[in-house]
Ligand binder design. Structure first.
Ligand code: ATP
Ligand code: MG
Length: 374
């Protein structure tokens, strides 16, 4: 059983900062993410004190790893240059007006027609699983599709696609994406070792993302699916402000708490003028593998009601299903490996709606359209 954030915080309270203060009271802790026993968070410290903090970082990581139920821990030091605002977003003027529906405006990615972000407010709701299966389902509709793993702290694509090789460089500066199942894929996880503790400064997160967008030979793509990290931080702002996103898809589980987070995700994209293409309810209902009985364990339907309230389209519901988890964890995404099964069908129906909203009238604009699904 994975520990809760509070249990992790309790342990962290026993650790001292280099100045001797309680770690939990020093104002350096980021939000703590716990997914499947994997724990990630960062300590935001003064750049001049990174050396002194390294031993604390190590101690924190070792302490977290020793908690029963924790399978891995990654604690990053995030250093801010004095005077440089915390991951200050690029100036709004850098953004092309009305760039959403432009195939590749000046700030777009050459050759890439539409870029969509798959996001959520909260971690572990299934963004990465949804991203890869949606990308495959869009491919099945005859589109050329790329996948950009924008999760710098916890990249998922190496595992979801069982990719171990490193991307090749072209001319020493540009990178070739890795191709799997006819998808062009790029992830920071292809470039760094999984357990390497990285020091990511706010501006570095942004430059890593823009490099993965612009210094990779994506080729001609109809759609690029961007698997976003959880939350509403630097990565989201970078994407929203530097990339002409055709829109964002919000993944939510049916629990109320996740929905509050989903609302936060929706609000953040709306604030920066990125249209919400729709909401997907993941882990929506459970179908018993032996008897076929359907149980709405989390109170199915919450995301749909929420979508109506927020006046954004409801794209569909994906069941909580052992096969989805097993195939994801084995690097064999279900849409690719069981294309005729019921799961692939669910993802393909969602992909169809997405494609229609990208191609339809007012594409790329937030249409106050409500699609209600049974
Ligand atoms: N519909 C589903 N049925 C069963 N398991 C699922 C489903 N969707 C996702 N999972 C499982 O839930 C876990 C978390 O999923 P995933 O990594 O896709 O979430 P995430 O939102 O991308 O997480 P993070 O916020 O850490 O990036 C994984 O083990 C995945 O296999
Ligand atoms: Mg993820």
């Amino acid at each position: 059983m994975a520990p809760t954030k509070d249990q992790i915080r309790e342990r962290l309270a026993t650790i001292a900062t280099p100045a001797g203060a309680k770690l939990t009271e020093a104002g350096v802790l980021s939000d703590i993410m716990v997914t499947d026993g994997k724990v990630f968070f960062s300590l935001s410290v003064d750049a001049a004190q990174v050396k002194a903090w390294e031993s604390v970082r190590k101690q924190v990581e070792d302490t977290i790893k020793a908690i029963p139920g924790v399978t891995s821990a990654m604690v990053a030091l995030t250093a801010e240059r004095a005077g440089g605002g915390k991951g200050a977003p690029p100036p709004q003027a850098a953004r092309t007006p009305h760039a959403h529906s432009a195939p590749a405006g000046p700030s777009g990615v050459p050759g890439v027609k539409s870029i969509i972000a798959v996001a959520s407010g909260k971690g572990g709701v299934g963004k990465s699983t949804t991203s890869i299966n949606l990308a495959l389902a869009l491919r099945d509709l005859g589109l050329k599709v790329g996948v950009l793993d924008a999760d710098i702290y916890g990249p998922s694509m190496p595992k979801l696609l069982a990719i171990r090789e490193k991307p090749q460089t072209i001319g020493g500066t540009r990178l070739k994406p890795i191709y799997r199942y006819d998808l062009a894929v790029m992830s920071i996880g292809f470039l760094i070792e999984e357990e390497t503790p990285m020091i990511w400064r706010g501006p570095m997160v942004m430059s890593a993302l823009t490099q993965m967008l612009r210094e990779v030979e994506w080729g001609n793509l109809d759609v690029m699916v961007v698997d976003m990290p959880p939350g509403t931080g630097d990565a989201q702002l970078t994407m929203a402000q530097q990339v002409p996103l055709a829109g964002a898809v919000i993944v939510s589980t049916p629990q109320d708490l996740a929905l509050i987070d989903a609302r936060r995700g929706v609000a953040m994209f709306k604030r920066v003028n990125v249209p919400i293409l729709g909401v997907i309810e993941n882990m929506s209902y459970f179908v018993c593998p032996s008897c076929g009985t359907r149980s709405d364990i989390f109170g199915h339907g919450g995301a749909q009601l929420e979508a109506e309230r927020l006046q954004v389209p409801f794209l569909g519901a994906v069941p909580l299903d052992m096969i989805i988890r097993e195939t994801s964890d084995a690097g064999l995404p279900v849409v690719a490996t069981q294309p005729d099964g019921p799961h692939a069908k669910v993802y393909r129906e969602i992909a169809q709606k997405l494609r229609d909203s990208l191609a339809g009238p007012g594409a790329g604009r937030a249409a106050p359209r409500i699609v209600i699904e049974a």
